[in-house]
Design a protein around this ligand. Structure first.
Ligand SMILES: Cc1cc2nc3c(=O)[nH]c(=O)nc-3n(C[C@H](O)[C@H](O)[C@H](O)COP(=O)(O)OP(=O)(O)OC[C@H]3O[C@@H](n4cnc5c(N)ncnc54)[C@H](O)[C@@H]3O)c2cc1C
Length: 457
């Protein structure tokens, strides 16, 4: 049997998950080809209609990416992105009150999604043995004669051209066609779990005076059950500001200037509206509708072909309000990197990998669902334990608007640095109790039940 060093890995999709996968595969496989349907150089690609909306890169994602591509953050800053500490330079407003600021030692680099992806892609393209094949569509998977192994991909438009591979990684995003292709080859249909949230986004790019941000790189006004509208205002490259507004369960922001500004004014704090008031609009507002968080349970399939893995939104697409998608893709690629270092064939036996990757997916998926369930209109089971956790998280967030150490604890969980269970730590909860007991009567917002991770974008 061929060693991986003699082998060829094909990645479908050059979004964040595909780029991260290519980075880790390049250490093990002799050749890596990333096949991307769009022209990767396009400003906003058809395959990623969400790219116009504010995209935060959570602290854990940034750490992982810096490990793979040392200095990429500095390169982005040199190109006009804005770096800052997640606790000192990002203004977080929860329940109408700002989180107490401080130093976390954790960096965020704020830019447009397209700009970030361009920098990551350039690093991937510079790797030896990696080719990014733009403008080519994967129209199907190629199976071995007995159908037990995926041994390549079929290139579009008609699937007549075959690209052979020792490993195929599907990172083609939420619209991945692997469920259909597996079913056509007798593997049955993968189970899907969904949580309907009906989030609507509207985003406009504006130019604002730099001092309007009072030194911050980003402002996040977080939606809560009491005020279920949120927004994010990010200083990005090119001296521009991306203003994204959102509402849940059908309460979507309008795109006309008046309606957009009125929606911004209705948020729990005035910060974003104040920026809009001193800004010059540069683009029309664009919409995006996200119906439901979605998880495909490949790890539970009874049979699964060898030679195929899936990563990123192709497996699990999370409510974007929490800004987790790209960091989440990095965490899954990290699991891939760990298992590439293992001997034997475990990795190429895709079901095995999907079970292992599930361990990276489970906590983030659980955290997102729990946070969404804090909104009474979201349909889903709320056990007494769920309600208790939501209450604890809500109280912790209120206390974080009064206490810097608790703000830091919350931000480390938001940034996927610490697991959500960190907030349940008895020492943290004791501090929450003390903080809320001695708070002045007017402080805190009464937003018990807030989501724990809502990014405001
Ligand atoms: C409105 C909105 C706001 C968001 N905000 C954030 C945020 O703040 N922070 C964050 O981290 N995440 C955010 N997300 C989530 C983030 O966009 C996704 O999680 C992330 O893009 C997933 O990356 P991916 O590589 O798995 O998929 P994608 O980014 O969707 O990339 C898939 C790629 O595959 C290509 N492709 C598809 N089919 C084929 C095919 N058959 N052949 C070849 N190529 C193909 C597509 O062209 C595309 O380039 C947001 C999402 C939305 C909708």
């Amino acid at each position: 049997m061929k060693s991986r060093a003699e082998g060829h890995a094909v990645v479908v999709g050059a979004g964040p998950a595909g780029l991260f996968a290519a980075r880790v595969l390049a250490d093990a496989y002799g050749r890596v080809t990333v096949v991307e349907r769009d022209d990767p150089a396009d400003e906003h690609r058809r395959g990623v209609p969400q790219s116009e909306h504010a995209h935060d890169f959570l602290a854990r994602g940034y750490q992982i990416a810096e490990g793979w591509f040392p200095g990429v953050g500095d390169e982005m800053v040199a190109g006009g992105a804005h770096a800052g500490d997640i606790a000192r330079d990002v203004r977080w407003v929860i329940g109408g009150s700002p989180l107490v600021k401080g130093d976390s030692g954790l960096t965020t680099v704020v830019s447009s999604r397209t700009f970030r992806e361009r920098h990551l892609r350039a690093r991937v393209e510079a790797l030896p043995h990696v080719t990014v094949l733009g403008g080519r569509d994967v129209a199907g998977l190629s199976f071995s004669g007995d159908g037990s192994v995926v041994d390549g991909v079929l290139l579009g438009p008609d699937g007549a051209e075959r690209l052979s591979a020792d490993l195929v990684v599907d990172a083609s995003g939420r619209g991945s066609r692997t469920p259909v292709w597996l079913e056509e080859h007798g593997y049955g249909r993968v189970e899907e779990e969904k949580l309907k949230v009906d989030v609507g986004y509207a985003t406009r790019v504006v130019r604002a005076p730099a001092d309007a941000f009072a030194g911050d790189v980003c402002i996040n006004i977080v939606a809560s059950p009491d005020s279920p509208r949120g927004g994010s205002c990010q200083r990005v490259e090119g001296d521009r500001v991306v203003v994204t507004l959102y509402g849940v369960l059908g309460d979507h922001p309008p795109t006309d200037v008046e309606g957009f500004n009125a929606f911004a004014k209705s948020l729990a704090a005035p910060d974003i509206h104040e920026i809009l008031e001193v800004s010059e609009p540069l683009t029309e507002a664009r919409r995006y509708r996200f119906p439901a968080s979605l998880r495909r349970r490949y790890e539970q399939m009874g049979s699964f072909p060898r030679g195929l893995l899936l990563l990123g939104d192709a497996v699990c697409s999370l409510n974007p309000r929490y800004g987790q998608g790209m960091a989440f893709a990095a965490l899954q690629a990290l699991a891939l990197q760990d298992h590439l270092q293992e001997e034997g064939e475990g990795l190429e036996a895709g079901a095995y990998f999907q079970r292992l990757a599930g361990q990276a997916v489970d906590p983030v998926w659980g955290m997102t669902l729990l946070s969404d369930l804090s909104f009474p209109g979201v349909q889903g089971e709320r056990t007494p334990e769920t309600l208790q956790v939501l209450d604890i998280v809500g109280r912790t967030q209120i206390a974080a608007t009064l206490d810097g150490s608790l703000a830091l604890s919350c931000l480390r969980v938001f940034g996927l640095i610490d697991p959500p269970t960190a907030l349940m730590d008895p020492a943290v909860q004791e501090r929450v109790h003390e903080t809320l007991t001695r708070r002045p009567a007017h402080a805190g917002s009464g937003t018990e039940g807030n989501s724990e991770t809502d990014r405001g974008n």
